[in-house]
Ligand binder design. Structure first.
Ligand SMILES: [Cu+2]
Length: 619
């Protein structure tokens, strides 16, 4: 029997999907798998798996949905004119190809590097930057770093000035760019255990739940905790996503979101130096977070009473790779849920503890490490937090270099300014739909006879009728929020039930509209997009972002139709994140930074839904 439509993809299923694809003659000698994932929500009871196949000879990508229930093709779209995401096999082979290349060795020998085994190669799928030679090819840029030992921090010692272009189909370095000469930094800037003297004085913290956790996990990935129930999914592309999120009131199960995910991210770099200006990354669509997921370790990655779920992803040939302990589920004490001390009643105090359910995973993309943390709270709050750590990308530095677009990390090493813009995708399903969105701005009334005390200000909701009307930026000066309501459902006050997005204050994409990265990641120019929910519109920069041509794919393209978005299933796309002008303290490894956005109920409940938390035992 096939698994539940929203169950986690397992290694056995990957094997079965690959076998089925062969049986259905979808696979040729030159075919590789570029995505395998549980299908986004659909109305069938069947178990659907999406696979994207690349046929090297015809350069065609097939986007196929297979049913594991009926062993049939559900749908198939043939895509030409796009280049597929590189596979993990290709990414790792690219490094070996660069290290084995005689011309690269020659160029590096002139720079004093004679042992190629000490060269670390980061293979960047940095998009089509408009160079004639990369247009007809599938390319990765090999960016080079130096390590005396394999365990050294390569990013401390960039070999700046050289870029080795790898043709993935030919399997060779076909072009080398040389742009100046920088000394390889002398400092090794270690961060690994044993290389440093540890501080002392930190006593043990143990987090225990002697009676066990308060949540249950059934059917592989169905998590139930207090009023919440949700499915945790590891998507090939997006990493850790949530599906079918609902809150149960008594015996009434109330849906809130059909799916919530990190649908894309873009990291544009602001440095103008030739060896850096190409740098831009769409780490979700280009790399596929699901296959970079870390295997987590109790006591180090996670502390407390942890339940882990394994995940699995499909390698180039469709064979499964299992990652044990990929998803971490636990409860965290989160301070005070609410409190009041009644000074009119001898200071009597009522206080309740807040607690959150944490569903999280960690992903490593080259130099950076990202955490996707989903939090559910007892008061109905839903939060997505991205944790950013790892190592900034680096460039060489020598005296008199401009530091207009980069910051010094060490005497001979600098880090370019950049952004991390995350595009979260929320398929809204408040009380089962249909849903409608409002932008809510707080405005001050002008002085005058209608404002007798000159104090008036109010929240002004604007009903968002169409996609173009919904496109917007955050505006802290207006305390701007967005509200998604179900106008067919009313709370006890007669108002529509809803949730409101408390956005993060995020600068939008800084590179100009004329830049290559703007063409690839146009979604980054706005903080808010709202579209009618569609199974065909999942990734805000398009399905195939690697070397993306044509440009303008995804949200800019879809929303040009300016479709109506009221009283229907709607998807909210929120762009948030950080602009990272690196500090010396970000080196040699970055203290974790946080970017988050939050949904809170607004009239979804009749009163504070956390009123009924039992008092804790006070000592
Ligand atoms: Cu950064």
């Amino acid at each position: 029997m096939a698994a539940h439509p929203e169950a986690l993809l397992t290694a056995d299923e990957i094997t079965a999907v690959t076998a089925l694809a062969h049986d259905l003659d979808l696979i040729g000698d030159d075919t590789t798998f570029r995505r395998m994932a549980v299908s986004h929500p659909h109305d069938s009871d069947e178990r659907w798996i999406e696979i994207w196949l690349y046929h090297a000879g015809s350069k065609q990508i097939d986007e196929v949905t297979l049913s594991l229930t009926s062993n049939t093709v559900v749908d198939k779209t043939e895509v030409t004119g796009h280049k597929p995401q590189p596979t993990m096999g290709e990414m790792s082979r690219a490094g070996d190809i660069v290290r084995a290349d005689a011309k690269v060795a020659e160029v590096l020998a002139q720079r004093g590097v004679t042992d190629m085994s000490k060269v670390q190669v980061d293979a960047w799928p940095s998009g089509n930057m408009g160079l004639d030679h990369e247009v007809p090819r599938r390319t990765l840029r090999g960016v080079l770093f130096y390590r005396d030992e394999k365990a050294d921090n390569g990013y401390a010692r960039p070999i700046d000035g050289v870029i080795a272009f790898v043709d993935l189909d030919a399997g060779e370095v076909y072009h080398i760019d040389e742009h100046g000469d920088w000394p390889i930094p002398a400092e090794t800037n270690e961060y690994r255990a044993g290389a440093l003297r540890d501080r002392t004085g930190l006593e043990t913290i143990d987090i225990t739940q002697p009676d066990g956790p308060s949540f249950t996990v059934t059917d592989g990935n169905l998590i139930t905790w207090q009023n919440w129930d949700v499915r945790a999914i590891m998507d090939h592309t997006e990493g850790l996503a949530l599906q079918s999120l609902a809150w149960t009131d008594g015996d009434r199960r109330r849906p809130i979101m059909r799916r919530a995910s990190l649908a894309e991210m873009v990291v544009p770099y602001g440095e103008t130096r030739e060896t850096q200006a190409f740098k831009n990354a769409l780490d979700v669509g280009e790399i596929g977070l699901g296959r970079t997921v870390n295997s987590l370790v109790l006591g180090c990655d996670c502390l407390g009473d942890i339940t882990y779920l394994d995940s699995a992803w499909a390698f180039d040939d469709g064979s499964p790779i299992t990652v044990e302990q990929a998803i971490c589920i636990h409860e965290e004490d989160f301070g005070i849920a609410w409190k009041h001390t009644d000074s009119h009643n001898d200071g009597a105090s009522e206080v309740r503890r807040s607690r959150r359910l944490v569903i999280s995973s960690l992903f490593t993309v080259g130099n950076y490490d990202y955490g996707i943390f989903w939090y559910l709270y007892l008061d109905g709050t839903i939060q997505l937090e991205i944790k950013l750590t790892g190592i900034v990308t680096t460039q060489g530095y020598k005296a008199d270099d401009s530091l207009d677009y980069s910051a010094l990390m060490g005497p001979e090493v600098a880090a370019p300014i950049h952004q991390h813009l995350f595009c979260a995708k929320f398929d809204m399903d408040v009380d089962g739909g249909p849903n409608t969105a409002y932008r809510v701005d707080v405005v001050a009334d002008p002085p005058g006879p209608d404002n007798p005390h000159n104090n008036a200000f109010r929240a002004v909701p604007t009903r968002l009728e169409t996609e173009q009307q919904a496109i917007d930026r955050v505006d802290a000066a207006k305390a701007r929020t967005w509200r998604v309501v179900n106008e067919t459902e009313k709370n006890r006050l007669g108002r529509p039930t809803g949730f409101k997005l408390l956005p993060a204050d995020t600068a939008t994409l800084f590179p100009s509209e004329a830049s290559r990265i703007s063409g690839r990641a146009g979604f980054g120019h706005q903080n808010m997009w709202i579209t009618p929910t569609s199974r065909d519109e999942r990734f805000p920069a398009g399905n195939h972002v690697t070397q993306s041509e044509p440009t303008g794919m995804g949200l800019p393209e879809w929303t040009a139709a300016d479709r109506p978005i009221t009283d229907t299933a709607i998807t909210v796309w929120h762009v948030f994140g950080l602009t990272h002008s690196a500090r010396p303290e970000d080196f040699p490894v970055m203290p974790t930074e946080y970017a988050r956005c939050t949904w809170v109920p607004v009239g979804f409940f009749d009163k504070n839904p956390a009123l009924d938390i039992a008092p804790s035992a006070c000592h």
